[in-house]
Write a protein that binds this ligand. Sequence first.
Ligand code: NAD
Length: 374
Amino acid sequence: LTIGAIRERAPGERRVALVPEAVTLLRRAGLDILIETGAGSGAWFTDADYTDAGATVVPPDELYARADAVLCVGPPDPESAQALRAGQTVIGLLEPLRHPGLVKELAEHGIRTVSLDLLPRTLSRAQSMDALTSQASVAGYKAALVAADAYDRFFPMLTTAAGTMRPAQVLVLGAGVAGLQAIATARRLGAVVTAYDVRPASRGEVESLGARFLDVQSPAAAEPGTGQGGYARELTEQEQRAQREALDTHIARSDIVITTAQVPGRKPPLLVTAAVVERMKPGSVVVDLAASELGGNVEGSEPDKTTVLDSGVTLIGAGRLPAAMATAASTAYARNLVALLRHLVRDGELVLDPADEITAALIGGAAQKGSASS
Ligand code: NAD
């Protein structure tokens, strides 16, 4: 079985699907590994590193001609998608809920897709394959660092000969994987952290990190915010408005706000309006990790764009934070892929068995049900 990892082509994307240590593990499992020339350079892995690990470094046309399965991080760009051929399998974070057309088009050309974003994450035997979690951890960590970097004061309380500096007040909205990592990182830097999530179950996790869970008295809080698969459910327009009103005062007095709220396959909920950003103190920083082309948690944020508003607040639309820490993100992602391939490869063949719960979800069967009813 020959597996090929391609060079990512999305603007700003520096991650790579396989790192040299993963190549070593897959070679030991009897797989042949092709790496597209220069694929690892954005994450500081040279072609020689891959060759030393046992891979063959090849130009793209040779990779597409020889690989049985093609590994990628994000969805392949149109040119790469064109290069795929019938019978091949493409494995990556293909975002089928966001771009259903791509998976459909590939299927029409006889190309099988394995979308890591459809993994049933609560199954304990799937956890080592959970790329959404590994990448969200990187994003949450980096979000706290990006916020600290843009903030013109200290995060920790400092007692110096020149007097005492008060610690930064950080508010994290959305306490899933990324939010919890942002909380932990801001806490390590010494900030005083408060967090809020619509899922009541997140309270214990927030508090275990030494942060305060914000009790928001709103009609939204009266109904559990947890939907299918342990994820947040989408709030109604009225609930969202009530939630925003309840959060506004807390947002306005925070020095840093980091938002990470997502609902799978949906537009991210709007949690912070432009009007409340206007009420924040000059020098405050807002990082919107949910910023995407669909909109974000913060009104006016755009992915990969930092704006210093007239009010003196820095608004950071954080589009691709995992790509900004490409070595750690790629290493974790490659470990997820190794775990996935160990699950899918039997007797040297890639077996996509729809009777297997994990595989069924990854190839789209279970996901279609999930997205329709969530
Ligand atoms: P996500 O990226 O979909 O969302 C991030 C967070 O935003 C979630 O915690 C969600 O509850 C929150 N959110 C959504 N709408 C909100 C709103 N209107 N206001 C405030 N917060 C809002 O989620 P995720 O981080 O990928 O994980 C979501 C859930 O899945 C969590 O319960 C997480 O612990 C769970 N999970 C479980 C496993 C596992 O069991 N191994 C692995 C990964 C995630």
